[in-house]
Design a protein around this ligand. Sequence first.
Ligand code: URA
Length: 435
Amino acid sequence: MRAVDIIRKKRDGQENTREEIQFLIQRHLDSVVPDYQIAAWLMAAFIRGLSDNEMSALTRAMVESGKTVQLPSMTLVKVDKHSTGGVGDKTSLVVAPIVAAAGVVVPMISGRALGHTGGTLDKLEAIPGFRTDLSLEEFQAALREYGLALIGQTAELNPADRRLYALRDATATVESIPLIVASIISKKAVEGIDALVLDVKTGYGAFIQEQGASRQLALRLINAAQEFGIRAAAVLSDMSQPLGNAVGNSLEVAEAVRTLQGKGPEDLVELSLEIAGLMLVLGGAAESHDAGKELARRKMETGVALEKFADLLFSQGSVADIRRLLDELPRSRHVYEYGSPREGYLAECRADQIGWASVALGAGRDRKEAKINAAAGIELLKKRGAPVREGDALALLHYDEAGALERALGFLPAAFEFSETPPPPRPLVQEILGC
Ligand code: URA
């Protein structure tokens, strides 16, 4: 078998066999097939699409590229959540401690920033000393001790996704339903979980923007999870504007902590409770979604979830004290206030443009080797529907270098759209599937 023939077949619109896909993934990890051939195959798969058989073969090859978490002595139900990628989406940082505080185990393998969207791993790494690279042994021990652990793909757990994820980010091959499904479900299948809640984003800031297509993505994710014996539900949520007010790693950790202190922005609280509520139902801790949301709210309002977050920091090597964490997070050298160019109502506050502006400030990567600036990002002072006067501050840009600010400012005129009358309301949670 030769990689070039497998690529040519996909390029010409033919179906690759299970063996061919297995060969590509395995030989890439063995450093026999180079990055450029995988990148070419990814682009062919992006343009031609993958059949259900190909998508399932890719998912399985990625799962089999490493080991699987084994927790035979843990009888508690294990439930995770995963988002298809958003801007300002720090929900995992809020939801994981809430759910673990209610007695459901949360083993979470997350990703890094991808394109204009943020990544949970990059956010966690903004916390001084926090380790996302636990070994399989350490991951399992943290789950046994504290009931939650958040890590990335490692050399042991799904190394194939680690490599493909970084390549997709740098080759404009992210926005593909089968590649997203294989990437997400392969990460979740190695966690040894019983159930999964998927937060499928739709709207400007989502990788799959159109609502019908996002719904298709949700259904394919649910089916693919079920192939691995994982019970799954999905929330279809609006990502046309960023979630919460903070975009950028350190800023988002601070917002997540404030949310666990009961001082979070309304939209972030709403989505976190929806997702946590579903996880608690799937985890057997609540009878209904409403009861799950109520239990989640109590865990947040009583501070129990914040204590769980403190456990997470301790367990994963952070030296930060939860009471002082907000002061210890990295800060940028400069803050620029972006004023409204006109009067009216904010008709859109586009997540894609704000995401790219945040990447330009240093919160994301343009090459797979690029380093993230943990302190860089954007604080939104106004969101969709707000009335504004000319010159009102719409956002604060946190940056270290003038060049980064200049590049970021290039995205902002397209980020904010205005109208004479208030825009029609747009629900944050659009649909719940599979529960
Ligand atoms: N999240 C992932 O883990 N993978 C994708 O491809 C997109 C979002």
